[in-house]
Design a protein around this ligand. Structure first.
Ligand code: NAD
Length: 337
């Protein structure tokens, strides 16, 4: 972490509130003297035939080379003949696991004050791939593909993560009572990996029961691992437990150690361009990026400044019941660094 050679990282400011919250990250990194040099990439205005999406090949190459990046939310333009931007990133960069920490923020009261869980979402297959077609008029079909390879890979990551972070339990979330073949294979792979980690308690929870348990007592869970679509839904539920989408970070892990951090939320078109967005989720995502780079001092410095600002309660954005603008909240964090 010497100041002499900055680390290059790709930054996708993204759409909607993306540029506003990215600006907040850039300012705070600058104020904290973080040795990161951003390489900014914007989503193209035309479809790049090499990616079949609005994301350019050069953007993907930037992440491949830097191996680390931060992305704002991307709104996929509606229309035919191209792939979703997020799906393109996940597929092309093989971002196979999405890690979403979710914990209660000290000083910010919600119905729960003891949330401390991690959801780990398989990121490449399942219903979420959107492999759909019309069979005949009035009848459509969606393909849910689950492979042993992808299931083992995400299960390995979940147990590795649990062990590395001193966590005690991994819960596999599923609907294998109905989706016997697909979720059944996912569970079988989780069990195989669990056998290699006898020090970590392993359990299997049906997703409907999991939802009930989460809202009743989130402290029942530690690390949760699950197929793609379930992860999409459960992680938003978890965000709601601690104060909403403005707060929860995530990091996508790819093969060969690529890490692309991003907030869980979308482009929030209802508040875009109004200086109202809460930058916390993207900021905490940038903190996960710093930790991935082993820049732990800078990561802690920034994380503590964010948590202190929220706990103090003087400057909070509207989603947390305050009246601060994005820029006012950002300046308050800089004062707390
Ligand atoms: P959204 O997350 O953008 O918004 C849901 C609600 O949460 C809105 O009321 C919004 O104002 C609020 N919100 C979200 N982030 C906030 C923040 N940082 N501060 C304050 N309030 C915040 O979900 P949506 O409306 O369903 O999706 C909008 C667009 O975003 C869609 O085009 C969707 O495809 C895209 N999207 C992208 C990603 C991504 O890039 N990873 C994720 C989800 C949705």
């Amino acid at each position: 972490s010497s100041a002499s050679t900055p680390i290059r990282a790709t930054l996708f400011p993204g759409d909607g509130i993306g540029p506003e919250i990215s600006e907040s990250v850039k300012q705070i990194f600058k104020a904290a003297d973080v040795p990161i040099e951003w390489e900014e990439h914007y989503v193209g205005t035309e479809i790049d035939p090499r990616t079949q999406s609005f994301l350019t090949w050069e953007s993907l190459e930037s992440v491949r080379q830097n191996r680390v990046g931060l992305k704002g939310p991307m709104a996929t333009p509606i229309g035919k003949g191209h792939r979703s931007l997020n799906l393109t990133l996940r597929k092309e960069l093989n971002l196979y696991a999405n890690v979403r920490p979710c914990y209660s923020l000290p000083g910010y009261k919600t119905r729960y004050d003891n949330v401390n869980l991690i959801t780990i979402r398989e990121n490449t297959e399942g219903e979420y791939s959107g492999l759909e077609h019309q069979v005949v008029r009035g009848v459509v079909e969606s393909l849910k593909i689950i492979t042993r390879q992808a299931s083992l890979r995400v299960a390995e990551y979940a147990f590795h993560y649990a062990k590395a972070h001193g966590r005690e339990r991994v819960s596999a979330i599923h609907k294998a009572n109905i989706m016997q073949k697909t979720d059944g294979l996912f569970l079988k792979c989780c069990r195989e990996v669990a056998n290699k980690y006898p020090e970590i308690t392993y359990e299997e929870v049906v997703i409907d029961n999991c939802c009930m348990m989460l809202v009743k007592n989130p402290a029942l869970f530690d690390v949760l691992v699950m197929p793609n679509l379930y992860g999409d839904i459960i992680s938003d539920l978890c965000a709601g437990l601690v104060g909403g989408l403005g707060l929860t970070p995530s990091c996508n892990i790819g093969e060969g150690g690529i890490a692309l951090a991003e907030a869980v939320h979308g482009s929030a078109p209802d508040i875009a361009g109004k200086n109202l967005a809460n930058p916390t989720a993207l900021l905490l995502s940038s903190v996960t990026m710093l930790r991935h780079l082993d820049l732990h001092d800078k990561a802690s410095q920034i994380q503590n400044a964010i948590l202190d600002t929220i706990a103090e309660g003087k400057y909070r954005t509207a989603d947390l019941g305050g009246s601060s603008k994005t820029t006012e909240f950002t300046n308050a964090i800089i004062d707390h660094l």
